[in-house]
Each structure stands twice: as structure tokens, then as C-alpha cells.
Write a protein that binds this ligand. Structure first.
Ligand SMILES: [Cu+2]
Length: 126
């Protein structure tokens, strides 16, 4: 079951409890952690990014990705995720106008845990 995260604080609490849960299992199948994202949270970008890349410590399967504007409109993303588990996902972004965006995604770790991530960024008006 996907976990719906309502607030940042709740999100951290959920992630921490998942971490504790994982630690209590034999790690035959790896849980994973986010290693890097190509757009920093709250970044103000002078040029629109053409892709978004997120990488993980262990391979994971792609779950979903969603891009929304500040007013909540969904911006369609065309992404053909890899069929197999992988550590790095590079998601092409459409041409984005100056605005604020929120990108949310989820991947499924090899131990079955759903990992969610999000970044909010702004493309500056020139
Ligand atoms: Cu796990």
C-alpha cells in the first residue's frame, strides 16, 4: 500500500519507522536510500531543466512520477522507466515555463518498501 504523506514532518516520521522496520529484518534483499537528486529542493533555476535524475544506494524499481505547477495543475511527463531494478532514474521533463513546480516520485526497493521523494523548484522569470 502506498503511504500518503501529508506533511513534511509526517513524511520524516514515516521514513524513520520504515528504516527501523528494515533494520529488524535480515537484509537478504536490500532496502534502499536516496543518494542524490539533480535538482535541489527549493532551487531557483535560471534555465529550465531538461531532465531530472534521482539515484539510490541500492537498485529499485520505478513506481511513478508526477509534476505539478504551483496551482496544482499536472504537467504530463513521458518517461519509459527501465524494466529492471536500477540505481539511477533519469526522467525527461517537458519544456517548462517560468513557474514553481513540485515533482514527486516513488520507487520500490528490492525488499518491497515504497520510497517516496519530492522536490519543489522554481524556474525564474527572465
Ligand atoms: Cu526496506
Amino acid at each position: 500500500m502506498p503511504i500518503k504523506i501529508k506533511t513534511q514532518r509526517t513524511g520524516r516520521a514515516v521514513l524513520m519507522s520504515v528504516g527501523l522496520l528494515c533494520a529488524s529484518f535480515a537484509m537478504a534483499q536490500a532496502h534502499t536510500m536516496e543518494r542524490a537528486v539533480s535538482i535541489a529542493s527549493n532551487a531557483v533555476l535560471q534555465t529550465a531543466p531538461e531532465t531530472f535524475t534521482v539515484s539510490y544506494v541500492h537498485p529499485a524499481r520505478f513506481g511513478s512520477v508526477q509534476l505539478r505547477t504551483a496551482t496544482g495543475e499536472t504537467v504530463p511527463i513521458r518517461y519509459q522507466p527501465p524494466a529492471n531494478a536500477t540505481t539511477t532514474f533519469t526522467i525527461p521533463l517537458p519544456k517548462l515555463a517560468p513557474d514553481s513546480y513540485r515533482l514527486t516520485w516513488r520507487v520500490i526497493a528490492e525488499d518491497g518498501h515504497v520510497m517516496t521523494g519530492n522536490v519543489t523548484f522554481t524556474i525564474a522569470r527572465r
